[in-house]
Design a protein around this ligand. Structure first.
Ligand SMILES: Nc1ncnc2c1ncn2[C@@H]1O[C@H](COP(=O)(O)OP(=O)(O)OP(=O)(O)O)[C@@H](O)[C@H]1O
Length: 794
């Protein structure tokens, strides 16, 4: 008989099982009591070095340990004890100094001590300004919270609202972006936030900035006043108005690097170089060619700039994988690009400020600021993408001679140590001719270049800090030529807004795609002098190229006539078509691109000569409306007809034959019958829905029970990951059941390389020679098949 049980674990007797259970429960209760006591006793001034010295639960400690976090960073050792005691916190520390854990550990612990369960609803809300950063925070939460049983979710848009809606109500911790969160608070009925204990704003100064003002204020309106609030940023402000807006109670200002001699990490080497605008692309290309083995981020001021530089450099094949990222890309593409850049050893990413804050790309060697940042804070966040957590890093700021004095002054005021360097003449590369050829042969690229140029020039004009940005003094003509463009697109600048406001304004508002109806176009002004390029572009590529070119010209003409923004609806910042009403200037969270507005006739730039855009706009709209009305009155309305099987036309709704109608009973009877039938149908559908919901609930319950049973039996590590069950990445789930990012087996995409190094080629040849068995790739193309066929015949 004994052999029958061999190899099987003997089940504990029921009595022993209950004892084990109650013992476990007692242990948990004791731990809670001890923690509450320890926190009350905790001396916030004591130097705490290791996480193991903190009064935190074994569950969090285990998660931290499994994630290899042992010692606390400065901001963590100062902020965590205060936060554990429930204090409101204003946390400021340099980039890459570990602020994320400084708020995540207290979030987990404070809920744990309160024995928070699914039934208690939302306990903590963490707001991030961008989707990428929210995802990153969520990943860290998943890592350190992996042994907790809280449910946690990521609410950043980009997936179905309904899908999120169904699970929002059961989440304990949410990481979100402001816009999407507000949407749920306003529209998701089952979503309750009355119990909320903690609100965290990462990159708080950015979130409190005008771009998110309306959303954040509205979110805070929904939240209970009695809560703990924590704000973190490398460029934290103590603006009283902000504190009042968030109802902070007697906040503790935790600034660990305030007394430091610099606002940036000590391991960061910072340089600037003077390169006149028309030389900028040459210098950048030379830099990239000289650093093919490095990991580089290049910051530009707008998505259009990013696209143009990426596309043109791609054609030039510098010999390093190139990537690009801006707020206009699809969410999946953005995610793919960020993870590819994270995983790469050497690559160069061209990006807007969408990646300037918070993102923790591993081992970035260089941060290049090709376009001057709008202010010193943006500079600090951009360079903070390198030299993170004790690593070294280097940053170079490209400045036009006109920007040098103003920018250096701003950086000095913010305690940013920066040194001038010069470009080695032998490293300079002239790519102007190549770009010119490329633009000539590829109309798409030329069109992109024109938009990038316009966007850049306008961003200069709209920048607030006129001590740095002097649009009238820079060589825009030379810049256009350096991009390979046939002359500088004509731009007309107008007063009335600033770049920051436009950058932060919601996309929807800026996209006010007023259809510039043909009827509205003013007659073309008198024949202009045609340049060599005009003639050239008309001759070549008649179909495609001249299409783009005339579009550009046509847009110019419309705007010349109207005296206002770009008609291109893709052109987010080229449409300063209306001044946003006060309080209506919130931003879509990922619309971080800088950018600019308004095209027009004069090659010469004379700021301040035009009228206020809002006046022009309303007049134009009025005119457009009038002409549309006129058109409508002339046209008359169309009538929709339907055809029967014999091809006879009928009105869409025809009155039924009265006799036939009467035969079916009185109108009242028919209405009652209709209602009855519909009610029965709804009841039936309802039953089906309920049944489905019940089944789902039952399945969930079973899964949860299984997991709890496994936990109780001390088999934490064997808990089946949610992925095994749902077969899908789930941004809303129990922390304990979420798979770890580094455990996920992503199919590693092979990096595209423009050139191979000699060493690599040699290595590959050597490997091939040493192979005994030759493997043949599956034929993919026609050429492959032909080659294969030829081989077989031989
Ligand atoms: N206690 C710690 N021990 C070891 N590494 C840590 C610790 N805390 C944080 N780190 C690591 O330091 C890096 C930077 O952390 P984090 O992203 O939190 O910085 P940050 O201060 O929020 O930066 P930013 O201001 O740019 O948002 C991360 O890679 C993180 O894993």
């Amino acid at each position: 008989m004994a052999s029958a049980n061999m190899g099987r674990k003997s089940k504990p007797a029921p009595k022993a099982k209950t004892d084990l259970k109650s013992l476990k429960r007692k242990r948990v209760v004791d731990e809670h009591e001890q923690l509450v006591h320890a926190i009350a006793e905790l001396d916030v001034k004591a130097e705490i070095k290791d996480f193991s010295d903190l009064p935190i639960s074994a569950t969090t400690a285990k998660g931290l340990d499994a994630s290899h976090f042992k010692t606390l960073t400065d901001i963590q050792s100062k902020a965590v004890p205060l936060a554990l005691k429930g204090k409101d916190i204003l946390g400021a520390a340099k980039t890459g100094s570990g602020k994320t854990l400084a708020f995540l550990v207290p979030v987990l612990e404070n809920l744990y001590r309160q024995k928070w369960t699914e039934l208690d609803g939302l306990g903590a809300l963490i707001i991030s300004p961008t989707r990428e950063l929210a995802i990153q925070i969520f990943e860290v939460l998943r890592k350190i919270g992996r042994y907790h049983t809280f449910s946690a979710g990521l609410v950043i848009g980009g997936r179905s609202l309904q899908e999120e809606r169904e699970r929002m109500g059961r989440m304990n911790i949410l990481v979100c972006t402001p816009g999407r969160m507000l949407q749920h608070l306003d529209q998701t009925a089952a979503f309750e936030v009355d119990n909320l204990q903690m609100l965290v704003l990462d990159e708080a100064d950015r979130i409190m900035d005008m771009g998110f003002q309306t959303s954040v204020d509205a979110i805070v309106e929904h939240l209970p006043k009695e809560r703990q609030t924590m704000l973190f940023s490398a460029t934290q402000t103590k603006k009283v108005s902000d504190l009042a807006r968030l109802s902070l109670r007697d906040p503790e200002y935790v600034s660990v690097h305030e007394a430091a001699s610099s606002a940036t990490p000590a391991t960061l080497q910072q340089h600037y170089l003077i390169t006149p605008l028309p030389e900028k692309l040459n210098t950048l290309f030379g830099f990239i060619r000289a650093n093919l083995k490095a990991k580089i981020i290049v910051f530009l001021s707008s998505g259009k700039q990013v696209r143009f530089v990426y596309e043109s450099f791609r054609h030039l094949q510098p010999g390093i994988p190139l990537l690009h990222l801006h707020g206009r890309q699809k969410q999946t593409a953005r995610l793919d690009i960020t993870s590819r850049f994270s995983a790469s050893k050497n690559s160069c990413i061209f990006a807007t400020d969408v990646v300037a804050r918070g993102l923790d790309f591993p081992a970035v060697d260089w941060v290049i600021q090709l376009d001057c940042p709008e202010d010193a804070d943006t500079y600090i966040h951009r360079v903070g993408r390198t030299a993170r957590y004790e690593r070294v890093g280097r940053a170079v700021l490209f400045l036009d001679p006109t920007e040098e004095e103003g920018m250096l002054k701003r950086l000095e005021q913010k305690k940013v140590p920066i040194q001038k360097i010069n470009v080695r003449q032998n490293k300079q590369q002239d790519i102007k001719n190549q770009l010119q050829n490329m633009c000539f042969q590829d109309p798409e690229l030329k069109y992109l270049g024109q938009k990038a140029f316009t966007s850049y020039a306008k961003s200069l004009f709209l920048q607030k800090d006129k001590e740095i940005f002097k649009v009238n003094d820079v060589d825009l003509e030379g810049f256009a030529a350096s991009m390979g463009l046939p002359g500088a697109p004509r731009i007309k600048f107008m007063k009335g807004d600033d770049a920051k406001k436009i950058k932060n304004a919601p996309r929807a508002a800026l996209d006010s795609s007023d259809d510039d109806s043909e009827a509205e176009k003013k007659p073309k002004k008198k024949e202009e002098v045609r340049t060599k390029y005009d003639r050239m572009f008309e001759r070549r590529n008649q179909d495609v190229l001249s299409g783009h070119y005339s579009k550009m010209i046509a847009e110019d003409e419309v705007e010349k006539a109207d005296g206002e923004g770009d008609a291109d609806e893709d052109d987010d910042f080229l449409s300063v078509k209306r001044v946003l009403p006060v309080g209506d200037d919130e931003s879509s969270e990922d619309d971080e691109e800088g950018g600019v507005a308004a095209l027009g006739p004069a090659a010469k730039i004379i700021p301040g000569i035009s009228t206020e855009p809002i006046v022009v706009d309303s007049k134009r709209k009025e005119k457009m409306l009038q002409s549309k009305k006129k058109l409508a009155s002339l046209k008359g309305k169309g009538t929709k007809m339907v055809f029967d099987d014999e091809g006879n036309a009928h009105q869409l709704y025809e009155l039924e034959d009265e006799e036939a109608f009467r035969q079916r009973g009185t109108a009242q009877e028919q209405r009652a019958k209709f209602l009855e039938e519909e009610a029965a149908r709804v009841r039936e559908a309802d039953l089906d829905d309920k049944q489905l919901a019940k089944e789902k609930k039952r399945e969930k319950k079973e899964k949860r029970k299984a997991r709890e049973a496994a936990l109780e039996a001390g088999e934490d590590d064997e808990v089946p990951a949610l992925q095994d069950v749902d077969d899908d990445y789930d941004p809303m789930a129990l922390l304990a059941s979420l798979p770890m990012a580094d455990e996920e087996e992503r199919p590693v995409k092979k990096q595209k390389k423009w050139f191979e190094d000699d060493e690599e080629v040699e290595e590959e040849t050597r490997k091939r020679k040493s192979r005994v068995i030759e493997t043949v790739d599956e034929p993919e193309t026609l050429e492959d098949l032909e080659a294969l066929a030829a081989g077989l015949l031989n």
